[in-house]
Design a protein around this ligand. Structure first.
Ligand SMILES: [Zn+2]
Length: 269
């Protein structure tokens, strides 16, 4: 009878402990939700995609800026590709990426687990830093700059829309004219030509031409560095294994020698 009582009381204690931890978790969750809700959400909307602006910026950085830098050319603020004409540029430059899972706001130093949370924080807390008075949406140039090609380069089998292609080509050519006016000298002329080949030629329904035929920033460097680091890390491991193998072999031959010596000594008797 006493044993049954003890078992029941153990079960009871375990049940109570479980309930307590559950309620504790619930409390933590609700407090986390509250901190999320505390961030005042601004009802004003920005009609410009941050993600697509970022993609457009990356395309400019990778496939245009290496050539602009090579020419030592200064893009004017009248050009829509100038950093000042990107609504999100200032915020993007205030992103501090400390680790894969740690992003910090450069304005108020708050930390986040992922980039998208930092984006949300920018939208909610630092909305006032966006200059929305002028049309500075880089995402609007996504058609001309082939953002979709970059985002899903493998799914580029959509049906061609001649009207959209013509519109994108027009925007593309006007970018070449505004950003690299031929009248501004040989550097601007060369970049004008490059811009047409690199970005505008591919605005056609013919499948033969793809964007960025002149190439861009060397991304292989990163891969090369990663490979080198991996090799450097694996090398000591290889030597250790080799050393252990050699040691085992030596020990084996010693054992064999000892066995054969014992055998020889044993023979005469
Ligand atoms: Zn902040």
């Amino acid at each position: 009878m006493g044993r049954i009582k003890a078992i029941i009381s153990i079960f009871l204690v375990q049940f109570l402990l479980l309930q307590f931890t559950k309620s504790q978790q619930g409390f933590e969750e609700s407090s986390a939700a509250r901190t999320l809700k505390q961030e005042p959400h601004d009802s004003r909307e920005v009609h410009c995609s941050r993600e697509r602006s970022r993609t457009a910026w990356q395309i400019i950085e990778d496939y245009l800026m290496p050539f602009v830098e090579e020419e030592g050319y200064e893009i004017s603020t009248d050009c829509r590709l100038h950093p000042d004409n990107d609504l999100f540029r200032d915020q993007e430059q205030h992103k501090i990426n400390l680790d894969v899972n740690e992003w910090r706001c450069g304005y108020c130093k708050k930390s986040f687990r992922a980039e998208r949370f930092l984006d949300q924080h920018f939208d909610n807390r630092h909305y006032n830093l966006l200059n929305v008075s002028q049309s500075k949406c880089l995402a609007d140039l996504c058609g001309a700059l082939h953002c979709d090609f970059v985002i899903n380069s493998k799914l580029h089998k959509a049906k061609c829309n001649p009207a959209a292609v013509a519109r994108n080509r027009h925007v593309c050519e006007s970018l070449a004219n505004n950003c690299f006016p031929i009248s501004q000298g040989p550097s601007a002329s060369r970049l004008h030509e490059l811009f047409l080949r690199q970005f505008c030629d591919a605005h056609t329904c013919s499948r033969k031409t793809t964007p960025f035929p002149r190439g861009g920033k060397k991304r292989e460097n990163l891969l090369y560095m990663a490979t080198s680091i991996l090799i450097l890390m694996l090398l000591p491991l290889f030597y250790l294994l080799y050393y252990l193998y050699q040691r085992d072999m030596k020990r084996e031959t010693q054992v064999l020698r000892r066995v054969s010596q014992v055998g020889r000594k044993a023979k005469p008797s």
